[in-house]
Design a protein around this ligand. Structure first.
Ligand code: SAM
Ligand code: SF4
Length: 329
């Protein structure tokens, strides 16, 4: 199989985000309803061999970076050995991971051995009570242990992901940013996205302009970094990066107020093997049947076809009743 994934607008797609599980040990208020989501059956979830088959096809179609996400990837049994197999099978594809870090301490060293090129960690507050309240079940000390272990293990390019929510954690942003900078992490603030109608609350939404105004009041002026200034410190991707006079950098992912659709280079595959050309679109292309029947060429055609339907801008549709934990964020 050869070729390159391009959408109808000519955008080249070389980055895939794959959800390895819809399950999670947290119940973050912006991601899931309080009693969680109905779990997919084991039969409906991609097995590790399915994911490797998929990754081979993606690599042959020009994908150069794969991020594994979830749900919480580290709750899935055998995940770290799977990553080692991925690394050995696809040395030319950059590998990264998004995690809530609650189980990171015990896996950090082995993760570092897989040659991860980056790790994103959700961190919505530093306050133990608030952390419990945002995640409904989590313990911030597990996350802090995980972050320390990741740093000590030498995992490169660690970023924090924070979803600011009005009246909940918006006042905590300066503390989170300072914590990140002091520890050599790159903080990113992600606008609350209306993915799941059961959890979306418009009044809690805080947009990029308001975020930047609050940061300017606290830290002084910020200058936006140009798209040509991509580096490990301020990589390309959905975030816009800003720097203050002291050289501190913050990323803002304004998926709602200021779309990054023009430069979107990514595709997503849900835990159940549905290709999603756009996070906000309802359109999905089922890949699991083709994967399980070993139809390699058919899988390639389905990926190309599914991606050719990538919408130009997300506002054409609303995701509605979808679940971030299945899609993978
Ligand atoms: N469990 C892992 C974690 O929390 O990092 C990985 C999966 S989680 C779905 C991936 C990312 O999606 C997290 O950074 C989380 O903050 C973000 N996320 C989840 N729901 C969101 C929403 N409604 N709006 C914006 N970001 C959201
Ligand atoms: Fe779990 Fe991540 Fe969703 Fe929080 S954001 S409930 S940690 S999947």
């Amino acid at each position: 199989m050869t070729g390159q994934i391009r959408d109808t607008n000519g955008r080249r797609i070389d980055y895939a985000r794959i959800s390895v599980t819809d399950r999670c040990n947290f119940r973050c208020v912006y991601c899931m309803p309080e009693d969680g989501v109905s779990p997919l059956t084991h039969e409906d979830i991609m097995r590790y061999e399915d994911i490797l088959f998929l990754c081979r096809a993606l690599g042959d179609l020009g994908v150069r970076k794969i991020r594994f996400t979830g749900g919480e990837p580290l709750v899935r049994k055998g995940f770290v050995p799977f990553l080692k197999e991925f690394r050995a099978s696809f040395p030319g594809i950059a590998l990264s991971l998004t995690t809530n870090a609650s189980l990171l301490r015990r896996h950090a060293y082995e993760l570092a051995q897989t040659g991860l090129s980056g790790l994103n960690i959700s961190l919505d507050t530093l306050d133990p009570e608030k952390f419990r309240s945002i995640t409904r079940v989590g313990d911030i000390s597990d996350v802090m242990d995980g972050i320390r272990a990741a740093l000590a293990s030498g995992i490169p390019n660690i970023k924090t992901n924070t979803v600011p929510m009005r009246g909940f954690n918006d006042a905590d942003l300066p503390l989170i940013l300072s914590f990140a900078w002091e520890n050599g992490l790159l903080p990113r603030l992600i606008e609350f996205m209306p993915i799941d109608d059961d959890v979306w609350r418009r009044k809690m939404f805080v947009g990029e302009d308001e975020i930047l105004a609050a940061l300017s009041r606290r830290f002084g002026a910020w200058t936006q970094l140009g798209p040509d200034s991509s580096s490990a410190a301020h990589p390309q991707g959905p975030a816009r990066y800003y720097r203050d006079a002291g050289g501190r950098t913050v990323g803002v992912i304004a998926a709602v107020s200021n779309h990054f659709c023009q430069s979107c280079n990514r595709l997503r595959v849900t835990a159940s093997g549905q290709l999603r050309a756009c996070l906000f679109s309802r359109r999905e292309m089922p890949l699991l049947g083709l994967i399980r029947s070993g139809d390699y060429d058919g899988l390639g055609r389905a990926i190309l076809e599914g991606m050719s339907a990538k919408p130009q801008r997300w506002e054409q549709e609303r995701s509605g009743a979808l679940q971030m934990s299945n899609i993978g964020g």
